[in-house]
Design a protein around this ligand. Structure first.
Ligand SMILES: [Zn+2]
Length: 372
């Protein structure tokens, strides 16, 4: 019998995949309503949080609602009944429904929103359309040879030197350091007031930006010197784990009208707005679930024949016209595929832990847009 699953456990699964630190800084991801310690009796995954979705969660005995768009993106100033957000919050609290959101962190992670859209459109050989710069830093410090292991060990335990599936990664070179202490100094090596030449090791390790303060504290605590010389360097490496949009290839080229019909069919669109590109066939396709217009130029540079996204403005269509088949396939429609992906991810994680908790994808329509 598996131990009771808590909201905190589910949050940990989701945040290991889509870390909150990669979310847009004005976003509001994570637990919106409820408690991390509450037991999870069932999970409902939806794109948005509405009263209808909360009622569906109650009906399906799902005590936890996992949404893409945060309920409290623009928190209301009061909780007076009568507005849709206030009534949704009240309904969730009254029915003890916990609400947890993975928003731009799910947009920017591998396997997230745009990967789900790419899969729905049958794209292969997919990768990020635009890779973000990594948030890695390099910490370099200079240590006497007999203290190297101690400093290296302390920095590793604090999280430095983790690259992919490896930890304790470092590089060391030997050299000569010089220093002169003033009258107030108390040097470990040599005498104050004299220029000293000593053997030191240059120790370099990578670190995630958010871990730097902890690692520096561990480094100082384990270092024998009164004044520790160190550098924290910004790295320009691109990240392989995080990025924006996705680019991939269709199994075989499609003529433009067939491609547009395929997009409509796979995303269940009654209609779509588009502008013509330069060619008659489509093979290489860029996608971005939700508002991805800013990636138009990246899609052009990457040699995409078509770009499928949403919330495209008139002037963006003008920019693309004659250069790129640009399709506005709707915000809800381009993001909806990720709800199935999130549900499948949670089912796998729960099954691995021996949990028999049911995970549903919400059937309540939350698309505020209709077509005539
Ligand atoms: Zn969205």
């Amino acid at each position: 019998m598996a131990v009771a699953l808590t909201v905190g456990d589910v949050a940990a699964f989701l945040e290991a995949w889509a870390p909150p630190r990669i979310a847009w800084d004005r976003d509001n991801v994570g637990l919106q309503i409820g408690s991390f310690s509450r037991r999870v009796r069932g999970i409902l995954v939806s794109l948005d949080v509405t009263e209808g979705v909360i009622r569906e969660a109650v009906r399906k005995r799902s005590s936890l609602l996992v949404s893409h768009h945060p309920l409290l993106f623009r928190p209301p100033p009061t909780l007076v009944t009568g507005s849709s957000i206030t009534d949704t919050i009240t309904l969730a609290v009254r029915n003890e429904i916990d609400v947890f959101s993975v928003h731009t962190n799910l947009d920017f992670t591998r396997g997230g929103v745009s990967f789900a859209l790419a899969e729905r459109l049958g794209l292969r050989e997919t990768d990020f359309l635009s890779k973000t710069y990594s948030s890695k830093r390099k910490i370099v410090t200079f240590v006497p040879p007999d203290h190297l292991d101690m400093v290296f060990g302390a920095m590793s335990r604090a999280g430095a030197g983790t690259i992919g599936n490896y930890d304790h990664c470092s590089f060391t070179t030997g050299g000569t350091a010089t220093f002169r202490g003033n009258s107030a100094s108390s040097p470990v090596a040599g005498r104050k007031g004299r220029v000293e030449h000593v053997k030191e090791m240059r120790l370099e390790m990578t670190a995630d930006e958010w871990q730097v303060p902890r690692i520096l504290a561990a480094m100082r605590a384990s270092h024998p010197y009164e004044e520790v010389a160190y550098d924290v360097l910004r790295m320009e490496n691109v990240s392989d784990e995080f990025g924006m949009g996705v680019i991939g290839n269709l199994k075989r080229p499609l003529r433009v009208p067939s491609f547009l019909q395929m997009v409509k069919r796979n995303l269940r669109l009654p209609s779509a707005r588009y502008t013509r590109g330069s060619g008659n066939t489509v093979r290489r396709v860029a996608v971005c679930g939700g508002s991805g217009s800013d990636l138009l130029h990246t899609a052009l540079h990457q040699g995409a024949d078509a770009f499928v996204t949403a919330d495209v403005k008139y002037h963006t269509f003008h920019e693309a016209s004659g250069r790129m088949l640009l399709v506005d396939a709707g915000h809800h429609e381009t993001e909806f595929p990720v709800t199935t992906t999130v549900a499948a991810f949670l089912r796998t994680r729960l099954a691995a832990g021996g949990q028999r908790i049911r995970v549903h994808v919400a059937r309540t329509s939350t698309n505020p847009v209709t077509y005539v």
